[in-house]
Design a protein around this ligand. Structure first.
Ligand code: TYD
Length: 139
């Protein structure tokens, strides 16, 4: 898996005089059925979260309020940084990419949609191990 599959997604919005409504349908607006939702808030500017890759889980991250940044690495020396700051856009993260979330604004609420239930065993939290796995995959 490489960074070509990492991309920003734009979700349909239904705005009217009452305000805005953003729609995210599993398997339609995002490329998987959602099995898990969690959200991150109260992390300040100095915090770096994530710092892992997942063997199985795909994610979509949406800053429904405020902003944060996501750095995505492929384990082969390539990385891309995305700024999440619009509630109707999200970043798609396939399996086997390394991600760091950081630079959280005070009002940041980062909504995370996941393709799998939580399983700590499928998290890779050591970057050297991640690089080795990527190297093996490409052999
Ligand atoms: P962690 O993976 O460190 O969060 P982040 O990706 O933002 O750095 O998770 C923090 C804690 O929450 C850790 O003890 C594992 C637990 N956790 C769950 O129990 N279920 C979940 O779905 C997630 C994402 C985390």
């Amino acid at each position: 898996m490489n960074l070509e599959n990492v991309r920003m997604l734009e979700f349909p919005q239904k705005g009217d005089e009452r305000g805005r409504l953003v729609i995210v349908e599993g398997g339609m607006d995002i490329p998987f059925e959602v099995k898990r939702i969690f959200y991150i808030y109260g992390s300040d500017k100095t915090v770096v979260r994530g710092q892992h890759a997942n063997r199985k889980t795909q994610f979509v991250l949406i800053n429904v309020a405020g902003q944060s940044k996501v750095k995505v690495k492929d384990g082969k020396g390539n990385e891309i940084v995305f700024t999440l700051n619009r509630p109707h856009t999200g970043i798609y993260l396939p399996q086997m990419v390394w991600k760091d979330m950081y630079d959280f604004s005070e009002d940041s609420i980062l909504l995370c949609l996941a393709s799998e239930h939580y399983d700590p065993e499928e998290y890779i939290r050591d970057y050297d191990q991640f690089m080795l796995m990527i190297e093996k995959e490409s052999q």
